[in-house]
Write a protein that binds this ligand. Sequence first.
Ligand SMILES: [Zn+2]
Length: 347
Amino acid sequence: MNPAVMKAGLETLYYTGAYRALAPIARGRGIIFMMHQVSRGAPPDFSPNYGLHLSPEFLGAAVKRIRARGFEIVSMDEALVRLASEDAAPFAVLTFDDGYRDNLKLAYPTLKALDCPFTVYVATALPDGSAELWWHAIEDVIATQDDIAFARDGGAERLPCRTIAEKAAAFQTLHEWLWWADEDRQRAFVRDLAQRYGVSLKALCERQAMSWEEVRELAADPIVTIGAHTVGHYALAKLDAARARAEIEDGAKALEAALGARPEHLAYPYGDPRAAGPREFEIAKELGFASAVTTRKGLLFNAHRAHVHALPRVALNGDYQSLRYVDLYLSGAPFAIFNKFRRLNVA
Ligand SMILES: [Zn+2]
């Protein structure tokens, strides 16, 4: 959905008070929030990945609002216990994907001060220093160039990126194409682009990602759960079955080797239907994970007890950093409407 249309719809729900009327039927048992990066200050003019950021101040305010609305913030383990029980007290889970260093430097102190449990799903290529963070790489290339040359479907193409508007359009063009492209072709394209325009994927990864030592530092605090997020952060459903399984299993093994405990919980990279479907849900179950989360939007209902390897989440970041949205999300009303009142969106 167009973000402007989405935001307008959310504002209407909020200011008309309709969300309060819908809450009794739409409000679920619990909610899992999804976040990625935490940073301070206003984003630069060209910052196409800002949608994945939130500030530590907003994070702290959101925790207080979630609690004030009667939701207890619990670990992923505890969320499964609550979901399986008849205990009617609503619960919330905070999750961060990928393994960014700012999770340790900014999210952790904020949440520690509030004694708030959270989960970080680590794709192990990040602490390995070998992750190809292609969405950051194309941003870095476009940010420094006036135009870029590349070949997608045979023919040579150029995209101007002199102005902020041109940079935004170039990012959108490449991002959308790479989002749908074959995963190996996507990575080969980005490696080539980065190399030709002087962006080091390794330096980029080391700048953004936690080292293994930092992951261990975070994992040492009992308020933190480290979950699996595969090795190389591929859209698993685009890989063949053996490779998808190996990505999940090898990621879990690498975490176990580094931390001394096998992760119990998994997040599918990207987590949308293009990236994770029934085949991946089955693999996660077979590999013994207690839960696995998607990025399909929604709250948790009793029906999810039978689908703990395809749990929905709600993103909390970017332009949606407002306590109004926290209230809306907790009510469940936006998802009831967007999912056309299908309470279980796991198809
Ligand atoms: Zn991810």
